[in-house]
Write a protein that binds this ligand. Structure first.
Ligand code: GLC
Length: 439
């Protein structure tokens, strides 16, 4: 059994760490301008102008079943959908606002279709819910808000009452956690400090965190409605999940006070934006996509990979291609991902490799980021391996112990060395994996 123990938290994380790979979905009105989900505030767009998107939002090609099928084929085991993003628009039918999908040409509850379709495919259900809201009339203007540079910003802010907004969030969370059956994961986003310098350090623009969100109440409510649900830490109140974003951690994340290992999930995008961004061109290569998944699991984390569907409701060709990269690789190699974690400390990855190990401790996986010439030499593994094969085709890999079995007579032996003989040509797999059955 794996010797790693993570910090205990209130939610059920067992299904989550076994799953390792999920789909993030950022979808909202911002898919129409198609230039980042922060477009409203980046371009300081007025309500009146932004209402055009609301007026014409018509995802006529939205087929949640197709999304779910793609996620499943890619090897993803759960999904997290933006039920509401910072723009404030709700994909679900909420009693507490008119700013929702049912009042657009879409005319229906888009969250419900997502839940039904993903659940039918056997995927776990996550809801992203933005704490930030750039539409709600009670949400106080701050340095991130689209109205921050308006001449009358300060007056506009008068009478905005965070308490009213906090109640609104509780009402909506009640709807989300009552009307859609079992919800496995709740992803709040996010808290930030009051600016200390620059034009917005004016005394009245405030950051927002657990006190403003009334996070204790909000979370107690969520836990009452959905016992066992996992919740992230972005309300500023520590819960079950640490969420490093847009970077690859180098080590398993630890609790900042106790040093304990924590449950974590890296969230990443196929290109440089979460929402559909038509002209953004920094799409990741197939190798990079696969490596990011492996890197994450090799240090005990999950990967939540994002898709930003178009405003018509389908996943753009580039996203579909990227998902196919995972599909192709996971079809043959998922055994090194599911139910796997960081290898035990006694096993050290050779150059250009990443290790994972099955949680039961019986199998060790060596991922070859660069394909070596003729042999893979693994220190510390002699005497420990019973059988070796390529994972993708289950073909045997012969090995020797102590030394490379080829004109190395006369050279000193390295007792702990395991040498795997490899074919000269790299197999036709983006990242080949060697499966070692341990004694
Ligand atoms: C950031 C962004 C947001 C995105 C999120 C995903 O906090 O504000 O647009 O939804 O990261 O992790």
């Amino acid at each position: 059994m794996s010797s790693y123990v993570t910090r205990k938290t209130p939610g059920d994380t067992s299904w989550f760490t076994a799953s390792r790979f999920g789909m993030f979905i950022h979808w909202g009105l911002y898919a129409m301008p198609a230039r980042h989900e922060w477009v409203k505030t980046r371009e300081r767009i007025t309500e009146e102008k932004y209402d055009k998107y609301f007026k014409y939002f018509d995802p006529d090609m939205y087929d949640a079943k197709e999304w779910a099928a793609r996620a499943k084929a890619a090897g993803m085991k759960y999904a997290v959908l933006t039920t509401k993003h910072h723009e404030g628009f709700c994909l679900f039918d909420s009693k507490y606002t008119d700013y929702k999908a049912t009042n657009t040409p879409a005319g229906r509850d888009l969250v419900k279709e997502y839940v039904d379709a993903f659940r039918a495919e056997g995927l776990r259900i996550g809801f992203y819910y933005s704490l930030i809201d750039w539409h709600h009339p009670s949400f106080p203007i701050d340095h991130l808000h689209p109205r921050r540079d308006d001449e009358n910003a300060k007056e506009l802010n008068d009478g905005r009452d965070m308490k009213v907004y906090a109640q609104y969030m509780r009402d909506q969370i009640t709807e989300l956690l009552t009307n859609y059956g079992k919800i496995d994961l709740l992803w709040f986003d996010f808290s930030y400090d009051t600016p200390k310098d620059g034009p917005y350090a004016n005394g009245w623009m405030k950051g927002k965190g657990k006190d403003e969100w009334e996070a204790e109440k909000l979370i107690a409510l969520a836990r009452k409605l959905q016992p066992g649900i996992m919740i992230d830490n972005r309300t500023q109140l520590e819960q079950d999940l640490w969420t490093p974003e847009q970077y690859q951690p180098l080590e398993w994340l630890r609790h900042k006070e106790t040093g304990e290992l924590v449950t974590w999930e890296a969230c990443q995008t196929f290109s440089g934006s979460w929402g559909y961004y038509r002209d953004e061109m920094t799409w990741k290569s197939p190798e990079m996509l696969i490596r990011m998944l492996i890197n994450t699991v090799s240090i005990g984390g999950n990967l939540l990979m994002n898709v930003g569907p178009t405003s018509r409701g389908y996943m753009d060709k580039r996203a579909v291609e990227a998902l196919k990269v995972y599909e192709e690789w996971m079809k043959y190699n998922s055994r090194s991902i599911y139910n796997c974690t960081m290898a035990e400390p006694e096993f050290k990855a050779p150059a250009d490799c990443r290790l994972t190990q099955s949680v039961d401790g019986k199998r060790l996986y060596v991922h070859l980021f660069a394909y070596p010439f003729a042999h893979l030499q693994l220190k510390g593994l002699a005497g420990k391996v019973d059988y070796a094969q390529f994972l993708h085709d289950g073909s045997e890999l012969l090995f020797t112990e102590g030394k490379v079995d080829h004109f190395s007579e006369g050279a000193a032996k390295s007792e702990d060395l395991l040498v795997i003989n490899l074919p000269a040509i790299k197999p036709n797999v983006t990242v080949p994996v060697i499966e070692l059955f341990l004694k």
